[in-house]
Write a protein that binds this ligand. Sequence first.
Ligand code: AP5
Ligand code: MG
Length: 192
Amino acid sequence: MRLVIFGPPGAGKGTQAELITSTWGIPHISTGEMLREAVASGTELGLKVKTVLEQGQLVSDELMVSVIEDRLSMPDASTGWLLDGYPRTVAQIATLERVLGDQELDRVICLRVPDSLLMDRLHKRGIDGDHGTKRSDDGDEIVRERLKVYKESTAPVAGVYREQGVLAEIDGTGTIDEVFLRISDIIEELRG
Ligand code: AP5
Ligand code: MG
């Protein structure tokens, strides 16, 4: 199965992706996590993107081409994947289509969460961290910037997938388990 989990910062993409992976064994590919790992290990890519991440801006589409191509060509991605954080611009949709070739994207699961709740969730994580780790982009001001970037550059991606008939929009509010149940319905239907 080839899935995208989509939504604004704090929508719960990573949280739900972990549950999907542990339930159905679909490899979770998070471009945000890949970039943070690159920064932490000081690779050439990491050095290039460190400031961009800290400012809440998007890494350029050009740099992201090889990131996604290389990752999706790994053996564990051959039978399916769950993409989290990609595609994030309309240009990245085209790159993904090229990588897909004649393979189909089954569904883009879009989490709808009001801005005030996104801000609350990320504010809390900015203070407490998650699993003992803090992110350099969870300060309130950077979160506001990430939301702005989402609205300008990323939200249009949903429109493209809606037109293609692969967008599944779900309510991302409520408890983690409640959201997961809504996602489970979609995946079980796809599994037939
Ligand atoms: P990325 O890592 O993708 O971050 P993001 O999209 O900004 O979103 P988050 O990871 O913060 O939120 P999430 O939706 O995963 O929510 P989570 O489950 O964590 O990208 C980071 C950066 O990398 C970008 O800004 C950009 O610079 C760069 N980048 C990445 N991909 C790129 C690309 N393709 N092109 C260019 N640049 C790229 O949940 C958030 C919090 O809420 C957690 O604390 C969680 O515990 C809590 N929570 C979740 N669900 C619930 C719930 N139902 N109830 C209560 N709390 C909840
Ligand atoms: Mg995430």
